[in-house]
Write a protein that binds this ligand. Structure first.
Ligand code: ADP
Ligand code: MG
Length: 568
């Protein structure tokens, strides 16, 4: 299967989500909109005042000073309002984005691990990081600019029309040239921007790949070749960027041509109107200045168009995740239930990894699952713990379908220790637990080293690094604290030092005491101590019985056992 498992929202849906957020903040939204309109309107003041000034000069009467002060006032007002509106637009955008980001992270954490497994590192990570960053950048930089430019163009056109429709019409002569410039630019720019993005991606990929493999690069004294690759990609990215720049300069010339043709038309028509006494020199000046003001924002709208478009693409990806339903939290269960796998099959999209597995764990029974690497043991453990949904069959608790997460505690092969204190890491199994309860759980699994270090010791990223057996012990302490009626343990494959492994075995036995338990056993001494042994081969149960029965039967388990004991 190709494509993303994560949904993407329609633009309409994304728009509605943003609108809902804005409506929840009517005051901030109204103030922001008002400030943006006021800022754009204030920009019209300076051309108006200059026009009056020209008329005053033309008449040769009165003082220039009132106009000078008005001009200064207009400039200050426009600057202040622009500043205020930029801040308000960015702040409102950031607030809405923050809500959306929280929703994305929350839904990401609730995704079933089967989905997470397939999108981890890729799509999901890029939605939580790249997409959020892209939208954030657009919100703080492109959005205020686009809002200001759009309103300026709109209000300037209105102002121009209100001033003198004949002058406005003359300015409209620029329109065909402007459209021609656009028609020249747009088909050329899109592929170049796309190529630029690809080239930049390749450049960082080359760099990241060289740095990640730096040990190998050193080992083979391969620095020069790697630098050459990075240099070549950098050169290519630079060439394309310069091409984009040249294209934009060319486009600027074409825009200028349109602007000056329009300006010449405004001035020519203005000249006739003034001569016939139909308008004043000042009005023509104002019209020319207003007309000139159109082109800056028009160019800006075009430049930011790409940013806005790519931010839009990111937004629908974010909303797609934010709209995912949140599954209800399971209610904790107790007792010693029977667990039954009935006709369970599982595949990761390709060939089946588990097929037709029937397995009953009696209340309080301890079952060991053994089999070669790749037989499907970890998959079976995941299905039993509710971390993986079976693609065939069902898992029953006391004879009925149930939310397995409420009944089953899973200790995985590889334990992730979270950044934070030792106590925090264990407490994630039961957030309300006291320090005394955390300490008791650690003592139950024999993690004396943890008590020696102290519950407040920082571990995980940025803290003390723990060994794999220590991490396993923390996971067992979590299990004890969570106290589920059913336990599933996936024993770590590679264990350094058999003494540590024996400690872990004792810890596992203590942690699972009184629970219905399935242990994926790599150490067959574990299997020998279980109530029953189940042998898995190529996703199927091929043998089951007590250790003694299976050894006597002389089948696959007997072979595994003699190989294990021969190892010493
Ligand atoms: P075991 O724990 O017995 O070594 P696993 O359950 O881990 O076996 O794996 C069984 C088979 O499923 C293997 O062939 C493995 O490559 C495959 N497999 C395991 N996890 C995944 C996954 N997330 N995606 C695709 N294939 C997987
Ligand atoms: Mg495994």
């Amino acid at each position: 299967m190709t494509g993303s498992l994560l949904p993407v929202a329609t633009p309409r849906r994304a728009g509605r989500v943003v609108w809902t957020q804005l409506r929840a903040r009517p005051l901030a939204t109204a103030a922001t909109a008002l400030s943006a309109v006021a800022a754009a309107a204030a920009g019209l003041l300076a051309p108006a005042v200059l026009g009056r000034l020209v008329d005053a000069v033309d008449r040769g009467t009165g003082s220039v000073w009132p106009y000078a002060w008005a001009l200064l006032g207009a400039a200050v007002l426009a600057a202040v309002l622009t500043g205020v509106s930029t801040v308000l637009v960015a702040r409102l955008g950031e607030t809405v984005l923050a809500r959306l980001r929280e929703a994305v992270v929350d839904r990401a954490l609730h995704l079933p691990s089967a989905t997470l497994d397939r999108v981890r590192g890729g799509d999901l990570l890029s939605r939580v990081t790249d997409d959020v960053a892209k939208v954030a950048e657009a919100v703080t930089s492109a959005l205020p600019q686009v809002a200001a430019a759009g309103l300026t163009v709109l209000l300037t056109l209105v102002g121009l029309g209100a001033l003198d429709w004949r002058l406005a019409l003359a300015g409209a002569l620029a329109l065909p040239l402007y459209v021609l410039a656009l028609r020249w630019y747009l088909p050329r720019s899109a592929p170049r921007y796309a190529a630029e993005r690809v080239a930049m991606g390749e450049r960082s990929q080359a760099l990241v790949s060289s740095l990640q493999g730096v040990d190998t690069v050193h080992a083979y004294a391969d620095e020069a070749r790697h630098r050459a690759v990075v240099d070549e990609r950098s050169g290519q990215a630079l060439r394309i960027t310069l091409g984009v720049f040249r294209l934009f300069t060319d486009f600027g010339w074409r825009m200028n041509r349109a602007e000056y043709v329009g300006l010449a038309a405004v001035l020519a028509v203005g000249f006739w109107l003034v001569r016939d006494g139909d308008t004043t020199v000042g009005a023509v000046t104002t019209a020319a200045l207003l007309f000139h003001r159109l082109f800056g924002p028009l160019g800006l709208l075009l430049v930011t168009f790409d940013d806005v478009q790519s931010a839009g693409a990111s937004l629908v990806r974010m909303v797609g995740v934010a709209d995912l339903p949140v599954p209800p939290s399971p209610a904790p269960a107790s007792g010693r239930p029977a667990v039954e796998l009935r006709g369970v099959g599982h595949s990761y999209g390709g060939a089946p990894v588990l097929a037709d597995v029937d397995l009953v764990l009696a209340p309080g029974e301890r079952v060991a699952l053994v089999g070669a690497s790749g037989a499907g043991k970890t998959t079976l453990a995941g299905v039993l713990a509710g971390a993986l949904r079976p693609t065939a069959g069902e898992v029953l608790v006391d004879g009925a379908p149930a939310d397995l997460r409420a009944h089953v505690g899973l200790v995985s092969q590889e334990v992730h220790v979270f950044a934070g204190t030792l106590a925090d890491d264990v407490r994630l199994a039961r957030p309300g637990a006291t320090d005394a309860e955390v300490a008791a759980a650690l003592r139950t699994v024999g993690a004396d080293w943890a008590l020696g270090l102290g519950l407040g010791t920082l571990v995980g990223d940025g803290g003390r690094t723990l060994t794999a057996p220590q991490a396993q012990q923390l996971a067992l302490a979590r299990l004890v604290l969570a106290d589920p009626p059913v336990a599933v343990l996936d024993e770590a494959t590679a264990e350094a030092g058999s003494a540590g492994a024996r400690d872990l075995e004792e810890a596992a036995t203590a942690a699972t005491a009184g629970r219905t338990t399935l242990v994926v056993a790599h150490r067959l001494t574990q299997a020998a101590r279980a109530d029953r042994v189940v042998v898995l081969a190529a996703g199927r149960v091929v043998e089951q019985g007590t250790h003694a029965e299976l050894v006597a039967a002389g089948g696959r388990y007997a072979d595994l056992w003699s190989a294990w004991t021969a190892r010493g």
